[in-house]
Each structure stands twice: as C-alpha cells, then as structure tokens.
Ligand binder design. Structure first.
Ligand code: URP
Ligand code: ZN
Ligand code: ZN
Length: 460
C-alpha cells in the first residue's frame, strides 16, 4: 500500500458542485486519493485532523496589486509579505497585475514582476496590462502569452497614467482572442470622472470625504455599457473587475443573455462597507476606486451575488499605510487608491455572503476559488479532486474572531474591518501539499518560485 506525504482525516469537502465527507491523501503537491470515511486510512508521513471541520479548495484571488506604485505612492508589500498574508487568509494563489509605469514597456514590466515573484510563498500568476502601445499590440500580446499570461488589464480611466484608448482596447481584445485570452477591464468612463472631479474642485471639495461624488455610479455604468459594445463588435469575451452596483452586474447579465461572453467580479469591501465611512473619522482609509457606495447599493450588489449573477471575488488588495493615505487626504486626485484585503477576503466575504445573506458554501467556493481558477486559465486549481493541486483550507465555520490589524500579516498598519467580528477564518492552510499555516503559526515554506502559466481560458 502506498505511503502518502499527508492525509487529512475527517473533514467535509466542499466544492462548488458538491459537499462530501472524505479523507484526502496527498503526495508531491497533488491530491492522489479521496477516500470514503469508512475506508481504512492509508499510511502517511503526516496526518491533519479535520473532524468537524470544512475543507475548501485553496482560494484563488484574481485581483491583487503587490507593491503597486500608484502616482507618488508605492504599495508597502512585496511578494514575500503579500503571499504570506494571502496564505493566512486561505488564498493559495494570488494573481497580480504587471501594470507598467507611463512609458514603460508592458512586457518588460511583466518580466520584472515574474522575477520578483520568485520570493513568493504561495502560487502566483499574472495579468498583463497595456496602456498605449509603442509597439504593435499583437506583438505585445504574443510576448505576454509566451510569458504565461492570457489575461490583460485595460483601464478606461486614469488619463495620462494607465488609461487605454478605445482603439487599444479593441486591438487587445482582437489579439487576445487568438490565444484563448480574456481582457480584464476597470470600467469607469473617464469623462464623467474628470468632470465630477472638476466640479468638486470648484466647490473646494476634493478631500477624502468627497470621494463618492468624484467617481459617480454613472461613470461605472457608462463604461461597462460601452466596453460590452466593444466586446460584442470584436466577438471577444470580457471580464469586469470590481463591480460595485447591482445595475453594473445587470448590464453584464443582460449582455450574456444577448450572447456576449461577459463576467462580473465583486470585492469584499463593496459587499460589506458603505459610503458611511466617508463621513466618519479617517475617510481616507476607505478611499478605493471605484468608491464605496450607499448602503442600498451595497445590498443590491449582494442580491446579485446571491442570484448567481457574479462570477468571481477579487480582493483588489492594495497595501498602503494610514500615513500614506493621510498624506494627500485633502485631494483624492493625488491619494493612493485601494484597500488592504488579500488576507481578509475569505472571512469578510464568507461572513457577508454565507452568514448574513445565506449563500450556500458551494456557491461561495465558486466565487472564492473555482471560477477565478477557470477564468485565469489555471485548470489544476479551484477544486478538490484526484489529480488537482493540493491547495486546501480547513475551516471551523462556526468560529468567530474579531478582525484587528495587530493580528493580520499584511504590510500595513490598518484594516478597514478593525473591530468587526468575522467568521470563516482558516484554521489550517495547505499549499502544494504542505501545511503552511496552523492557527497563528506560519510554517514558512521559503521562496517557492511557483509562478503559474495560464492555459487557454475555458469560457464555460
Ligand atoms: O482602488 C483601487 N482599486 N486601486 C487600485 C487600482 C485600480 O483601480 O485597480
Ligand atoms: Zn481597478
Ligand atoms: Zn485593482
């Protein structure tokens, strides 16, 4: 009888399509057998006890900014700290953006990031990003595909920084299609954003508390509609990052009904935090882009997730400190946007969707792991099955813990969820068949250098 590296005994395996009590046998980073609880346990070097616990596939976070430079500010983390925090939060694969600085070659930006990512403790994959091409788009996309990337981020806003023209968006969509790729779009129509910012500037209201008025909902809806038209014209699939309103998700659902292959991503903060935070002390700590919306809109977004109209859950993790956020809090056009969240994606979204709104854990797994794996061309991730990678999270679903930055591992000094009681914290996390966290203990695997190459995307 074979001796395995690791056996997990007694847990209930929750996949996106089924829930089954099973023992899991692992060798060489791969799930080798799933055994009925009545079958005698095979021999193994290590046994992890999971009786009474839930086992999920390791999280795949499709939206992370590691050490991201935004304007004058650089995110404070690197691949070591971001991936360690991700593992503590049950995310075993982070997908980072190789966003070039203005004038930088996007392929160079991707190569550089891939090198830095060798320090990572978790699996890492990348999205490319094309701004304005100084060499032909087809060439840039071909080089990105050679570097294992089939998803490319396009911004419809941040003019003069990362915004891509409509022509570039069309060209990227057309080129990616040949490789089974998927464009990832940050959709906010820039003319609405710039006009809103100008009007707020005239009223001397550009401070953090005024963030929602500077990036209104109409900007998001207009850009989603227009981008769907571009995708329809090219017959390209399209994925919308960080959607914040039910109406934006509805545009994606209607496009799908009309034959456009479109996907919707939401983030834990848009499901759980409202714009009330902008009228409380330290509004700058909640400045993200798009901004937090009013509480009715937050509920509307939750309702779309519950109906199954959302595909993926991304953290949009950006690791800035309270000091960095405060420095330009008088002017949102200068502030670093984004919230730290790679470590809290699981407990915040689990608490919001499963505990508060009654989503099934299976549907939650779909958003947290299975669909992000599929939409990023990572077919060995996102599912607990024989032959899949042994990336697993063991949860005690009933255990509640208060979020506090003192106990988190992200390279910043705050969390937007400070003092909030959350469920869904991992007890044990296994990455590539190795136990890497056990409660508060980190069993550092060292730099694992597991940069993943995306395969052609299964559009479902
Ligand atoms: O606030 C955010 N989302 N910051 C990161 C940049 C972006 O827009 O994705
Ligand atoms: Zn964005
Ligand atoms: Zn982002």
């Amino acid at each position: 009888m074979e001796n395995y590296d690791l056996v997990i005994r007694g847990g209930v395996v929750v996949n996106s399509d089924a829930t089954t009590a099973m023992n899991i046998a692992i060798s060489d980073g791969t799930i080798r057998e799933l055994l009925h609880p009545d079958v005698p346990l095979p021999s193994s070097d290590q046994v992890v006890e999971a009786t009474g616990k839930t086992i999920l596939p390791g999280g795949v976070d499709p939206h992370c900014h590691v050490g991201q430079r935004l304007g004058a500010y650089a995110g404070l983390d690197d691949y070591q700290s971001a991936s360690t925090a991700a593992l503590f939060g049950g995310t075993t694969t982070i997908i980072d953006f190789a966003i070039p600085q203005p004038g930088e070659d996007p392929v160079r930006a991707l190569r550089d990031r891939r090198e830095l990512a060798a320090d990572s403790r978790s699996n890492v994959a990348f999205h490319g990003c094309i701004i304005e091409p100084d060499s032909p788009v087809p060439e840039q996309i071909a080089q990105m595909v050679e570097l294992g990337v089939r998803t490319v981020k396009l911004f419809t806003t941040y003019r003069g920084e990362v915004m891509a023209s409509k022509k570039t968006i069309l060209e990227v969509m057309r080129s990616l299609k040949q490789y089974g790729g998927l464009p990832y779009v940050h959709a906010e129509a820039n003319h609405f954003v710039e006009d809103s910012q100008q009007r707020m500037r005239e009223l001397s209201k550009l401070d953090a508390a005024s963030m929602p008025e500077t990036r209104p909902i109409i900007a998001e809806l207009a850009a989603v509609s227009e981008t769907i038209d571009l995708a329809r014209y090219v017959e390209s699939p399209v994925y919308f990052v960080h959607q914040t309103t039910g109406k934006a998700v509805d545009l994606v659902s209607s496009a799908r009904s009309a034959g456009v292959t479109a996907y919707s991503e939401v983030c834990p903060h848009y499901l759980s935090l409202s714009d009330e935070h902008y009228s409380q002390p330290h509004p700058e700590r909640f400045v993200c882009c798009p901004p937090l919306r009013d509480s009715a809109t937050v509920e509307e977004l939750n309702s779309r997730a519950l109906r199954g109209n959302v595909d993926a859950l991304g953290s949009d993790h950006c690791c800035f400190s309270t000091g960095q956020k405060a420095e330009s809090a008088h002017d949102v056009t200068q502030m670093p946007n984004g919230l730290p969240g790679v470590e809290t994606r699981l407990p915040v979204a689990y608490t919001t969707l499963v505990v508060r709104h009654g989503m099934s854990v299976n549907d939650f797994v779909g958003l947290f792991s299975t669909t992000p794996a599929r939409l990023n061309g990572l077919p060995s991730k996102g599912h607990i099955g024989v032959g899949f990678d042994a990336d697993l999270v063991i949860l005690d679903e009933s255990r509640a813990k208060t979020a506090t930055s003192d106990h988190l591992h992200m390279a910043t000094d705050y969390t937007p969820y400070e003092g909030t009681v959350l469920q869904g914290w991992p007890e044990v996390v296994i990455c590539h068949g190795k136990v890497v966290t056990e409660g508060d203990r980190f069993i550092d695997p060292g730099p694992v250098g597991r940069t993943l190459n995306a395969e052609p995307i299964d559009l479902g």
